[in-house]
Design a protein around this ligand. Sequence first.
Ligand SMILES: [Zn+2]
Length: 458
Amino acid sequence: MFCYGEDGYSIDISQKNATPKFPFTDKTVSAANFYLYKIIVRKELDNHLLRYGPLFNQYLVDMYAKIETERLNFIRNHQNKLRADKYIHLKDAVGRQDVKADQLGKLVVLPSSFTGGPRFMHERAQDTLTYVLHYGSSDLFVTFTFKELIDLWTKGDLFGNVRCHIYFIEWQKRGLPRVHILLWLENRISSDMIDKFVNAEIQNPDLDPLLYEIVKANMIHGPCGLLNKNSPCTKEGVCSKRYPVTLIQETQRGEDGYPKYRRRSINNGGFKVSIKSIELDNRWVVPYNPVLLRTFSAHINVEITSSIKSIKYVCKYVTKGSDHAAFGLRKTDNKDEIKIYESGRYISNSEAAWKMLGFYIHDRYPSYDYYRITHLDVHLENGQRVYFTANNVAERIENPPTTTLQAFFQICQTDNFARTLLYPQVASYYVWKNKNFVRRKQCHACILEVLMTNDCSS
Ligand SMILES: [Zn+2]
């Protein structure tokens, strides 16, 4: 691929400054920067790498593995300096004089700032539940293999006004990115409107031949189960996704689950399709939105979620991250979160390209800045987590950093209004600034969140 023997990446390439006086800075170029430079599409220059086809895909995956390894190595190499312990243990242990600061505390391994890691995903799941707490259950759950459709409902008028949305991107084994979206609508969907948003029927081929073909090509599940025992969803002769679904004449709103969408039998006005010379009726249709389907002509699953009691499972499902599997015959080292993350890690070419180009794997509206989510600490007295290094351990014992919980107790002593609030309400009226709660000038309808620390999650 590099027939002129061009230099590859090395860890010591200096960053060049824009000012000619000091041409080189003391910073180095990261692998992420370097390979982004290599693969980027330029308007007037031909980037020959993009012409390599499958070999280019291989290059993307290998180089992204290098980028991710570099990031993980950075985290690993900074573990020894940065340790965490509960404040009370820190104080006790150093009081005993016989323990060195660099032996204290357990390793903080893969922090939540590492995009896509388990802590990152867990934190996002908590954030999603905050939306649920504030706005109630989401109204629609959309799964799709691309992202332009966010424009369609933020700029268009597909579902009426959208109050907020949240999405996550996941990579499937076959490599296509898939986006899971939760939508909260300004006007909640009433029972008689469900049919307008979500359809689970084959269209009339004479009235709407185009939609009939799109549904046939994209939204028919199976055949599986007894009709096709080799189908991947079939477990012991039964479909694990619970197809075929029962036929029903009218949509019924489920009490604590997904609604039962109208699926008419062929005798009562339903239609059928023939796939692999097997005739399938409305029992096999994956719920869809007709407008979205017509626009994108792709597999887009839409479900009404407002009646789902277990919205927590939906929140967890969308934040579950990409598939991976690992097995071994040796006892693993559970303390090494980086090793656990790396074992069974699977990178597809599209995930590699997506991440190298710096696209988000998660976004939400309202965004961080507008409706800010404040993470609130919960801990027992002197049980807060303290991060320290060998150099600052003495100082940390003298002045442990204030947590939001301690600051809340402090303002309650002097501020009569604060005393009327519950702890989770405090962020609606106060901003967390310089380790202090400061009264907001304008009260946004803020969202807040209690971030349970691991130690008191019980
Ligand atoms: Zn199936």
